[in-house]
Design a protein around this ligand. Structure first.
Ligand code: AHM
Ligand code: MG
Length: 313
């Protein structure tokens, strides 16, 4: 291994060379640090549920609760974050200090798809970053977003107005640049459909049938982060989780699941809609707010919107 080359391609070097504001850079970097601990806990810990004991009778935190604690602590450590929203918390958390000038708010899902850990499928951490003290804003105001995939490899993808880049955790515990300036094609050939088919709306059913008739390949892991990562890294495709008869607004949460992924998808040339409006333009007023989503290559996202507008039969 060429150590110097690896140091030069590290996450911090990349953030600095990209000219990202120091506070924003330190948030992205510290989430990266936190993810190494999450990764370690996931790969070495006993399986168990919150409030139960492990094999040795010790109290044990569920991985998603532990991941939440780790990330919260590292965000606090930056000294640049005033408020956070986490999928594991029911309220906005205010850090015990006055936000410094140029401070940030962060929305995050510490371990999305955590139930997949026990069956050894990939899961992830998702993060949205806003300038100032308001974490509940429309996604269009994000100044950066990132996610980490805990899979066969651990990878980190971030964007902060300077393109979207992928890093891979190496054996020295450092995130090293693996792919820079990711892009997705206007049209892809894979689709990831969430939800239960018998609950589909008529429009959604017709849209899915159209994709199937056109030969799109089914690629659905049940983990939002690896499914989106596949589209980003393969350079195209569509992920969707529709509103259904039983859940009008779908399943996925706007503040810490959809907004950050929509930010990254737009930054690589893709798009994201709820079927009618761009995800990033939706008002965000509730921690638990959900929305249907169609996210990926632009052609497929536009086609979905046409079905909802009644322009396609
Ligand atoms: P979670 O936030 O409770 O982990 O749920 C989110 C996950 C996503 O990763 C995934 O896209 C979706 O739920 C899958 O839902 P379903 O099991 O209905 O297909
Ligand atoms: Mg989640």
């Amino acid at each position: 291994m060429n150590i110097i080359k690896h140091v030069k391609r590290g996450l911090w070097n990349h953030l600095m060379k990209s000219g990202i504001e120091m506070g924003l850079a330190s948030i992205i970097y510290e989430v990266g640090v936190a993810s190494k601990y999450v990764n370690h806990a996931m790969r070495t810990g006993d399986l168990g549920l919150a409030g139960t004991s492990n094999l040795y009778g010790e109290d044990q935190l569920a991985l998603d609760v532990l991941a939440d604690e780790i990330i919260k602590d590292r965000l606090d450590h930056t000294g640049r974050v005033s408020r956070i929203i986490s999928e594991e918390q029911s309220e906005i958390i205010i850090f015990d200090r006055k936000s410094k000038a140029g401070g940030y708010s962060v929305c995050y899902d510490p371990l999305d798809g955590s139930s997949l850990v026990d069956v050894n499928l990939s899961v992830g951490t998702i993060v949205a970053i806003y300038a100032g003290d308001d974490p509940l804003q429309s996604g269009r105001h994000q100044v950066g977003a990132m996610y980490v995939v805990y899979g066969p490899r651990t990878t980190l993808v971030y964007g902060a107005g300077n393109g979207v880049h992928e890093f891979t955790l190496n054996s020295l515990g450092e995130y090293v640049l693996t792919r820079e300036y990711l892009t997705v094609k206007k049209q892809g050939n894979i689709y990831s459909p969430g939800g239960v088919r018998c609950d589909y709306s008529l429009e959604h059913e017709k849209f899915v049938k159209k994709l199937e008739d056109e030969g799109y390949k089914l690629r659905y892991s049940g983990g939002f982060v690896p499914d989106i990562n596949q589209i980003l890294l393969k350079g195209g495709g569509l992920f969707m989780y529709p509103g259904t008869a039983t859940a009008k607004h779908g399943k996925l949460r706007l503040p810490f699941e959809l907004n950050p992924m929509a930010y990254l998808m737009e930054a690589v040339g893709g798009a994201a809609t709820d079927g009618r409006r761009a995800i990033l333009d939706l008002d965000c007023y509730d921690i638990d707010q959900r929305s249907p989503v169609y996210i990926g290559s632009r052609d497929e996202v536009e086609l979905a919107a046409k079905f909802f507008a009644g322009d396609m039969k």
